[in-house]
Ligand binder design. Sequence first.
Ligand code: FES
Ligand code: FES
Length: 180
Amino acid sequence: MVNSTHLAERKKRRRTLDVQAGSGKQLLRLHVNGEIKEVATETSKTLLETLREDLGLTGTKHGCELGECGTCTVLIGGEPVLSCLVLSLESEGAEIVTVEGLMQEGRPHVLQRAFADMGATQCGYCIPGILLTAKALLDKNPHPSRSEIREALSGNLCRCTGYTKILEAVELATRREEAR
Ligand code: FES
Ligand code: FES
């Protein structure tokens, strides 16, 4: 796991190199939600910053920027990753999925529908990260126990719901997938 101190050091070093090179921007090709996106962005930017500020993908939420809240979670190569702790430069060539890429066959993802039907969302700020973390879990383990769901979501903080509805929504999604 990348920690925030390391990231701050890497960002600082990138900025120094950018200043020495006379340019802070680089053209990146990012593979996001099944499309290649070309973006000229500062090499010191985190993936979170590039997604939100350069690509307009504001579904990925900006929280602590310290790797502690999970609200910035995206999938990289199918694994949940804290986008505030990764430089966008380091994400080139990897398959990135954000909450905007969760739709299934033109419909909201089974998890999104379950969260809506269970009333598992209050302010909603944590939900994109939780949906992506839950998706990564269900892709690997379609029948997780309550404790496995709790463990998988343990890095995603929610200040509103008390978590019970969130756990129930993930369970509802697994039952609906089973019944398909
Ligand atoms: S914003 Fe990334 S973990 Fe909090
Ligand atoms: S619904 Fe508000 S932080 Fe989770």
